[in-house]
Ligand binder design. Structure first.
Ligand code: ATP
Length: 315
């Protein structure tokens, strides 16, 4: 296994029309979850990814497992919980550029994950453990589970990659800030967005954020700046890798998960930080071109074509 990730995936209902959610009458059913999005992204690029989670013993949980397994992600460590349902969320396309989400996830099967879901043998066979800041916000037992997974990874020399993925609606500001900083201090690589950095450290300045995240304990900081590109910092190097230009953004949600998949793919293939970020930027840009969190995740051929086209246009 190249990467093991863990977290909640929900059934996603996307309206077939834009406007206020109260007027939406028909939806397309998809799935969405930051960690499984990333795992599907890796599988599409040809890597081996495993996803630890719980789903309800219901049709939506089964549909989700079909999709994620069908995408080539290992789901051996997904438990079916007989007592609680699969979580849901709805998107709302209010107007151009204003996409909102409404969650129905409280008490979901995944929110009942606990330390018992952490399997040392499963994690230690991977090179990377990918985690997000959504999991510790789900419940006290999920937070314990995440810390247990991190400790297990560290004990076995598995690199811990942390995407803060701040979800303000899930917890109080103070709890979010304290917990995300705690996890950041345990991670080897951290993948925040500028807004998340600002939430944690009260500055938008990329270099300042890079310095503060390194001081917090990360060995590498990969700071995402949306359509601008990505900043990279380690203790000896700082770099900026520009984003790929896209004509129109169809749906920006999931770009960060795609970026994580592309960046990890680069690391697995032994690329330099700059080239791994370039691959992450390419995947992030391609994800914005399709509706849905996973629909736009590219195969390696598409990524290479975008990278080559860009490099040729610079010649
Ligand atoms: P998410 O909405 O998935 O949580 P995020 O805030 O974590 O996203 P972003 O910074 O929006 O992450 O996007 C991640 C990466 O995807 C960026 O660093 C960039 O490379 C690429 N990307 C995102 N939006 C665009 C865009 N409009 N044009 C080109 N590239 C983009």
């Amino acid at each position: 296994m190249d990467v093991v990730t863990l977290g909640e995936t929900m059934a996603l209902f996307t309206p077939n029309q834009s406007g206020l959610m109260r007027y939406a009458v028909s939806y397309s059913r998809k799935i969405g979850g930051a960690e499984s999005n990333m795992a599907i992204g890796l599988a599409r690029l040809g890597h081996r990814a495993g996803w630890i989670s719980r789903v309800g013993d219901d049709e939506l949980g089964k549909a989700m497992l079909h999709v994620i397994r069908g995408e080539g992600v290992n789901v051996d460590k997904v438990t079916i919980d007989p007592d609680s349902p699969t979580g849901l969320y709805f998107k709302e396309f209010r107007k151009a550029g204003d996409i909102r989400v409404q969650y129905y996830r409280k008490g979901s099967a995944a929110s009942r994950m606990s330390k018992a879901d952490v399997d040392e043998d499963y994690i230690k066979q991977a090179s990377y453990l990918h985690i997000s800041g959504i999991t510790p916000a789900l419940s006290a037992s999920c937070k314990e589970m995440l810390m247990e997974a991190v400790n297990t990874a560290k004990k076995n020399d598995v690199t811990v990659v942390f995407d803060p993925n701040l979800r303000r609606s899930l917890w109080s500001e103070e709890e979010a800030r304290n917990t995300l900083l705690d996890i950041a201090s345990e991670a080897d690589i951290i993948l925040p967005g500028i807004a998340e950095g600002e939430f944690l450290f009260n500055t938008k300045d990329p270099d300042e954020l890079g310095r503060l995240f390194l001081k917090q304990g990360a060995k590498e900081v990969v700071l995402k700046a949306g359509d601008q590109g990505t900043y990279y910092y380690n203790h000896g190097l700082s770099q900026f890798v520009p984003a790929f230009k896209v004509d129109t953004v169809v749906d920006p949600v999931g770009a960060g998960d795609g970026f994580a998949a592309g960046y990890l793919s680069g690391l697995i293939d032994g690329l330099s930080a700059e080239k791994a970020i370039e691959r992450g930027n390419a995947v992030g840009a391609l994800v914005t071109q399709a509706e849905g969190d996973v629909e736009g995740l590219p195969e390696m051929e598409d990524v290479q074509q975008l990278v080559n086209d860009e490099n040729n246009s610079e010649d």
